[in-house]
Write a protein that binds this ligand. Structure first.
Ligand code: ADP
Ligand code: GN1
Ligand code: MG
Length: 381
């Protein structure tokens, strides 16, 4: 189910529910996320900050109070860590929630919507397509540091904001259910894509098997490490990891895999022309160097060995989810034209094929950078 249009709201009166400084000059739609409605709130007084207003998608996130509790806990923990690092600037390096006038961290309106307000982190940019190994390296540093700073927060303190989010078995189950129901009569036309999913269903289960057998641990992971969920500053230095709704227990291979999915692709996530989709290995190396610089000291050998399985799994899971949503009638992701989810699914499955051909090379690069032999005989059990 989709949310109602946010334009019908008096956004200024929503901002007025929060404790802010200065005066609102304008409120404009912002960013290219697929889930929430996001607005930049410009301050009329330049000495005061701008803000970022979001209406949380409560059809996707069914328990918004639990989600906001997670975000508060995680951002407080990161801030505490950053304060102790000389030269760090917590206001720019971690999201800061504004309280409401009644002392809550979100505002629930009469229509059942949930709103939140952050400081707008100024003079930053996000990349839907990564251009240079330096940008890739900075993204790797950002997600790696995020992982490192949260490594001592007990996993069980966080709620599962979307249960089984990257659980392949349950994603496949939902996919097969959608095919069986075929609610809008699209299944016949997507047989080739269904086959591309089914023929890999077994081999893609490696990360889950390693987790379920206890060979890799659950950690606090971000779970939505799309490259555009890192803000880079004007000189492309990593500034802040954003989009914290899915921070919950997960495997490090998920975060590495989703970040690589969106870093190494030479084309857009939804590229129509499949010929344009290829893998840039310089960007792979750049990201991996940054990521392992931050995490190499505490990841286990099995976790290192799981990373390339995550690299194949995440674009596969995204292809599977986009195709499921297409078959289901486009109820989950925001789409910008009728076949958008199908186009996204095709592009992700094409990326999987390209990455499969590079797996051995990726293993070599990881092992070179980590100084280990990540190819463990048991990794594929
Ligand atoms: P979605 O879940 O819909 O992707 P995000 O939380 O990622 O929503 O926000 C959407 C976009 O808004 C981001 O891609 C980024 O460009 C921008 N953004 C989010 N938070 C901030 C912030 N605190 N400061 C500046 N820009 C932000
Ligand atoms: C969504 O919120 P956003 O746009 O960063 C989705 C991710 C997908 C991504 C694909 C909560 O991320 O899981 O990887 O789209 N987020 C949710 O672009 O489903
Ligand atoms: Mg986002």
């Amino acid at each position: 189910m989709k949310q109602s249009s946010p334009e019908s709201y008096n956004l200024e009166s929503i901002v007025a529910q929060f404790v802010t400084e200065g005066e609102v000059a304008e409120i404009k739609s912002y960013g290219s996320g697929h889930i929430h409605d996001t607005f930049r709130v410009k301050n009329a007084q330049p000495e005061y900050p701008d803000y970022l207003l979001q209406r949380v998608n409560h059809h996707v996130f069914k328990n918004v109070p639990a989600l906001m509790e997670n975000i508060k806990r995680v951002t407080d923990h990161l801030r505490e860590k950053l304060v102790a690092i000389p030269g760090a600037n917590p206001r720019k390096e971690v999201l800061t929630l504004m309280p409401t006038r009644t002392g809550q961290w979100y505002f629930g309106d009469e229509a059942g919507n949930y709103w939140r307000l952050y400081y707008f982190i100024d003079k930053t940019q996000t990349y839907d397509i990564v251009e240079t190994p330096q940008q890739a390296y900075e993204g790797g540093k950002a997600f790696g540091k995020f992982q490192r700073l949260l490594a001592d927060l007990p996993v069980n303190l966080l709620h599962d904001t979307i249960p089984d989010f990257h659980n392949l078995a349950s994603r496949l189950q939902l996919f097969r259910e959608a095919i069986r129901k075929d609610p809008v009569g699209r299944v016949q036309a997507v047989q080739a894509e269904i086959q591309a999913i089914e023929q890999r269903a077994e081999t893609m289960g490696t990360v889950l098997r390693l987790g379920q057998s206890g060979q890799i641990p659950l950690r606090i992971t971000h779970n939505d490490t799309k490259f555009n969920n890192v803000l880079l500053d004007a000189s492309d230095k990593a500034q802040c990891v954003i989009d914290l709704d899915t921070v919950m227990p997960g495997y490090v291979a998920y975060d590495f895999g989703d970040a690589i999915r969106t870093t190494v692709n030479t084309a857009a996530e939804d590229e129509k022309d499949l010929e344009k989709i290829s893998v840039n290995m310089d960007l792979f190396r750049g990201f991996t160097e940054g990521f392992l610089e931050e995490t190499g000291t505490f990841l286990s050998r099995f976790e290192l060995a799981s990373l390339t399985y995550g690299v194949l799994l995440l674009p596969y899971i995204m292809g599977l989810r986009f195709l499921t949503d297409y078959i289901d009638g486009d109820n989950y992701y925001k789409i910008h034209f009728p076949e958008h989810n199908l186009q996204r699914a095709r592009a992700q499955l094409q990326l999987v094929k390209q990455l499969e051909a590079r797996q051995e090379q990726m293993v070599q690069i990881i092992s070179q950078i980590a100084g280990t032999s990540p190819r463990l005989a048991t990794a594929d059990n």
